[in-house]
Write a protein that binds this ligand. Structure first.
Ligand code: NAD
Length: 298
């Protein structure tokens, strides 16, 4: 996939799909996009792409079809819609960049192969800022020949890491987010305990970031979204919980111990039940801060 400009379809123009479409436009590609939201489609047209009225219209005769949708169930439904509308030519390349379920992705790969259509999974990490700046980590899985085809296009989004066969990217992405969610939770507990003891959170973060407690939560999420009180990372709590559940069900399916991960899912689920359905995932810090713990003599 080397000639420019390519025509790329992108289905799902939310927090991530919109800035990713902008990266493709900046790289000189022609972009046709579809989202259920009319305003998201209008935004793409304003940015120099073409917002169209259906997924099938976006995909027809596109060089590649990128999906950036909430979950596997929606990805599968959209792909079935494209097959039904005969919008995917033989040898068309579908790239699922959503954070989907690896076993569902394997099944979808089989389903598409029957129609002569190729699928790779290429979920990302790096958030909305990474999507805007082209600094995402792209975890690609698939057959070698399809991955080779997809890589020049995926390079517009950031660093591409070849993870293995189909579903490998989705598996790795979910496991990454299980780590991310677990350390955000425990970082928020540690900072709240320190505050109640009388420590300054700025001092705590400065020490964590020069010490072994360092993580993406101490280096990025706390200073950029939690300390300023903006909670605007652009990654929803419900999406984080979905990813964690993909990771723990993967652990169960392969018979791996995943006990701390299961506990983390329960904790995040409790916060999700109390917070607004559209809450940013960084709002778990306020949920934790608002809670009373057990006190005991020291
Ligand atoms: P989002 O909710 O902001 O966007 C999803 C978009 O999909 C919405 O605009 C919605 O209208 C659209 N949509 C839903 N069903 C559709 C359908 N049938 N046809 C067309 N459009 C449809 O979500 P997001 O934050 O952009 O995340 C997208 C994916 O990327 C998710 O799988 C998420 O887990 C993953 N992800 C998100 C981030 C982040 O920081 N936001 C980072 C990495 C990965």
């Amino acid at each position: 996939m080397s000639q420019n400009p390519l025509t790329i379809a992108i289905i799902g123009l939310g927090h991530m799909g919109t800035p990713m479409a902008s990266r493709l436009l900046k790289a000189g590609q022609a972009v046709r996009g579809f989202d259920l939201s009319e305003s998201a489609r209008a935004l793409l047209t304003k940015a120099g792409g073409v917002g169209v009225a259906s997924a099938a219209e976006a995909a027809t005769r596109a060089d590649a079809v990128i999906l950036m949708l909430p979950n596997s169930a929606i990805v599968t439904a959209v792909v079935e819609e494209l097959l039904e509308a005969e919008a995917l030519a033989t040898d068309a390349l579908v790239i699922d960049m959503s954070s989907s379920e690896p076993f569902a992705t394997r099944a979808l790969h089989e389903r598409l192969a029957q129609a002569g259509v190729r699928l790779v999974d290429a979920p990302v990490s790096g958030g909305v800022r990474g999507a805007e700046r082209g600094t995402l980590t792209v975890m690609v899985g698939g057959d070698d020949v399809d991955v080779t085809r997809a890589i020049p296009l995926l390079a517009s989004f950031g660093r591409v890491v070849e993870c293995g066969p189909i579903g490998a990217g989705h598996a790795l992405k979910a496991l990454n987010n299980l780590l991310s969610a677990t350390h955000l939770w425990v970082t928020s507990e540690a900072i709240e305990a320190g505050k109640r003891f009388g420590l300054d959170p700025e001092v705590m973060l400065s020490v964590f970031n020069g010490s072994s407690g360092r993580s993406g939560s101490t280096e990025n999420k706390w200073p950029n979204f939690i300390q300023p009180g903006t909670f605007n990372s652009g990654f929803g709590l419900s999406l984080m919980l979905k990813d964690m559940m993909i990771a723990t069900s993967l652990g169960r399916a392969v018979g791996a111990p995943i006990a701390l991960g299961e506990d983390a899912v329960d904790l995040w689920r409790s916060a999700g039940e109390d917070l607004d359905p559209g809450a940013d995932h960084t709002q778990v810090a306020t949920w934790i801060a608002d809670r009373a713990g057990e006190t005991g003599a020291v």
